[in-house]
Design a protein around this ligand. Sequence first.
Ligand code: IVH
Length: 372
Amino acid sequence: MLSLGNVFDYDDLHNFMRRVNERLSDAQQNPEYEMEMKLDGLAVSLKYEYGHYVQAVTRGDGQTGEDITQNAKTIRNLPLWLAEAKDIALLEVRGEVLMPKAGFERLNRLAEENGDKTFANPRNAAAGSLRQLDPAIAASRPLAFYGYSVNQGLPETIETQSAALAWIKQLGFTISAVEVVANPRAAQAYYESIIETRAELPFEIDGTVIKVNSLALQQQLGFLSREPRWATAYKFPAETVMTRLKDIEWQVGRTGQITPVGKLEPVKVGGFTVSNVTLHNFGEIQRLDVRAGDIVSVHRAGDVIPKVTRVWQDQRPDDSKPVELPSTCPVCDSPVILPEDEALARCSGGLFCPAQQQEALIHFVSRRAMDI
Ligand code: IVH
């Protein structure tokens, strides 16, 4: 599976279309484009043999995906039988698995009540749900599949991306709001109309995708390394909002590093609620001069964890106190050490510390280590 290039404004969009034109003949200039939402989930490839669902894999490292056939089967809007594709030996549909915002917030509330780890964003929650060993857990998670391309088995009579999506919709798949546009102004209008509806959408999107509509032209344009020349993502600008930083909590990592996490007065950004921000390390707290109780600007760009970009010291409560590094580990009470020339303070408890034990175990079984 491949990735997409990015554009961020109207000029970039123009340049993308100019580059497409440069590779086309005189008769092919200014082709039609098709626009879709850029869904912020997990890319998944589905295979159907003679209409029967047989396999689902994630993107993995791009070459080799993870088999999630059993878990994906539990996604409510994912069709398991395609009556109208019963004569197609192999059909491959790709798309995005999403967790709707409401379901994500419910899941995190439950996790908080049970003292479990919460997910940073709906995408991580969707990915975590599909990696469960027990499909019953995946089945209990509110996931949805949105198709965005047909990669094998498309009938030859279908000649455009928009027709391919209309076809899979007819087969029983859910697709996002698509539109065919004839020029950059119409593309910009679609992009702006999607920004308008973004907050009301039940799921996260981080932009739009623009694709050359003709499948024959797509083939002719081909790929540059791992990105298609015929499509690009037109991303939304990052969003910044203001809220109160209620508290600062300290988390203990695998090697004992003690990192501060900001607890926010929950605030909506891009239509979903943010209640935690990363503060990186004690040095960052000092650099920002941030204190519990401060009003802060929080910036959220696409899939990255939100961070504090500004502290409004002029609105600081009179009784606020500078943040102090804890002298003992919040989990095991061992002394905290801050080696000279290092930004990260550490718990000196080693594997005696339950937090370090847990993180070490998670690391041990992870994909980058024993890959269990
Ligand atoms: S088309 C050749 N369409 O964005 C790649 N991708 O940044 C064609 N994505 O890994 C991908 N919404 O998972 C396409 N409407 C959409 C999409 C979409 C989300 C994801 C996709 C891909 C990533 C690339």
